[in-house]
Ligand binder design. Structure first.
Ligand SMILES: Cc1ncc(COP(=O)(O)O)c(C=O)c1O
Length: 457
């Protein structure tokens, strides 16, 4: 069937309520491998976002595919009310690595999809604290189910769905490039963390009264915001926030759905900040995008069997054997390969080259990275004002697969737009990328940036 026919059918049969139509002309893909996708015309695209890091370990990773095939032949289906080996072993792997890396001694449970796991985390915290309210961050993204939307900052995601009575109290995230308080990290002395602390000073700031714990019982955060733009909070920030939370009995939920599994060069991105959260939420790369499952790990006291007992949550497909088998294969890969080193190399290698564009192209405002999470701020020539128009053009140009490389072949480049102003490229390459693939990406990106810069002049 021709693309044109498929597009016509899509218009007729498919809802546009998801995110496909962010692109002016969404390509139709038929094949993937490693760092690349191919469309129906066999045109090749280098992927610099890998399904928002759900496929961090490369498309069609052979090791994971093998585990999936084995599971298909043995026990592909089982109601989540029964036990199977992979479910138990995967939980144990996550328990061990989380204890070792962030000192959280906990228990694990699964779900399907990140938003549902976020909801489970919120329920777990509410069940323990018996409190309904939450703190969450400007720019934070935790999903689109109703509960997850209540702690996701974008007003656009809420506006059509009525009143969110338990909407979080949103506070500024330390996205220093676009500091909410217009300060500079060199001399702000963690002003935003201090403002958070100040909220607890008097009952008239609406959070706490002197005689009792505050109304909010949890704070949900991404140690590195994914959709929010891969910004790096400054050293010491989360320590200060943790101090305030401990003092006021506020549970800390660390959403690692996008940044977990070595995107930032660590199993959990919160490892960069030396604090121990109470609950970690994970998803995406847990199965490398194959038969997706998600989950939470919560401290043992929150998940004591008599406090958090049978049927506190349920999802028919939560710990399905195909998903747990893929998850176990991913944990096996993590044990045997040095993804910390791989991610750090990718980040440094790309950032060094992309940083040169800051001076060469006025629309490239700032480039930075944490492991293999690289961000490029697209700005006006002042180097600061967000330039969404240029960002949109670069994104759409990348989806047109006729960018000529010096190797004589043509490619597209898959990019993702994020950040508070949708003017940030959040670059997340395959963690197995070769240097040649990284060089190819830089070459394609520069060609697009040059073309868009010329067009805008
Ligand atoms: C940090 C974070 N939390 C939650 C979610 C929601 O996950 P899902 O789309 O699987 O529901 C996402 C998805 O992008 C995410 O990046």
């Amino acid at each position: 069937m021709l693309d044109e026919q498929l597009r016509k059918l899509e218009e007729e049969a498919c809802s546009w309520g998801d995110t496909v139509h962010y692109a002016t002309v969404p390509p139709i893909f038929k094949k993937c491998n490693g760092s690349f996708l191919w469309d129906t015309k066999n045109q090749k695209y280098l992927d610099w976002q890998m399904w928002y890091s759900a496929c961090s370990f490369g498309y069609r990773n052979e090791f994971i595919t093998k585990a999936l095939k084995k599971q298909i032949d043995e026990l592909p289906q089982l109601a989540c009310q029964y036990l199977h080996k992979e479910r138990i072993l995967l939980s144990k792997e996550i328990v061990d690595i989380t204890s070792r890396t962030v000192g959280l001694d906990g228990r694990v449970q699964f779900n399907v999809g990140g938003s549902s796991a976020v909801e489970d985390a919120i329920k777990l915290a509410r069940n323990y604290t018996h409190k309904q309210l939450a703190f969450a961050y400007y720019g934070g993204y935790h999903g689109r189910t109703l509960g997850a939307t209540a702690v996701t900052s974008s007003a656009r995601y809420r506006k059509n769905y009525g009143h969110f009575g338990d909407r979080a109290i949103f506070i500024p995230y330390p996205y220093c490039f676009y500091c909410f308080y217009d300060m500079k990290p060199e001399n702000c002395n963690l002003y935003c963390a201090k403002m958070f602390e100040k909220m607890f000073e008097t009952e008239y700031f609406s959070v706490v009264d002197k005689k009792s714990d505050p109304e909010p019982g949890l704070i949900i955060f991404e140690a590195i915001q994914g959709t929010g733009g891969y910004a790096k909070p400054p050293e010491g920030y989360f320590k200060k926030v943790a101090e305030v939370c401990r003092k006021h009995n506020i549970l800390m939920i660390d959403d690692e759905i996008q940044m977990g599994f070595f995107r930032t060069g660590r199993m959990w991105s919160i490892e960069h900040y030396g604090i121990t959260p109470d609950i970690i939420v994970f998803g995406k790369a847990l199965t490398n995008g194959m038969n997706p499952i998600s989950g939470i790990i919560g401290k043992k006291e929150l998940m004591a069997h008599d406090i958090w007992g049978p049927s506190m949550t349920h999802c028919t497909f939560s710990s399905n054997p195909l998903g747990t088998a893929c998850g176990l294969a991913v944990m096996d890969l993590i044990k045997h390969e040095n993804f910390a080193e791989k991610a750090d190399h990718i980040g440094e290698y790309l950032t060094k080259q992309l940083k040169e564009f800051e001076t060469e192209y006025p629309i490239i405002g700032y480039v930075d990275n944490i492991g293999a999470a690289i961000r490029v701020e697209i700005t006006h020539p002042d180097g600061r004002t967000p330039n969404r128009e240029a960002c949109n053009r670069i994104f759409n140009r990348g989806l047109t697969p006729n960018i000529k490389s010096s190797n004589g072949k043509t490619y597209g480049l898959i990019l993702d737009q994020g950040g508070w102003y949708k003017s940030t490229f959040t670059i997340a390459p395959n963690l197995y990328s070769t240097d040649d693939e990284l060089d190819l990406g830089v070459e394609l990106f520069e060609k697009i940036v040059k073309k868009v810069s010329d067009d805008l002049e």
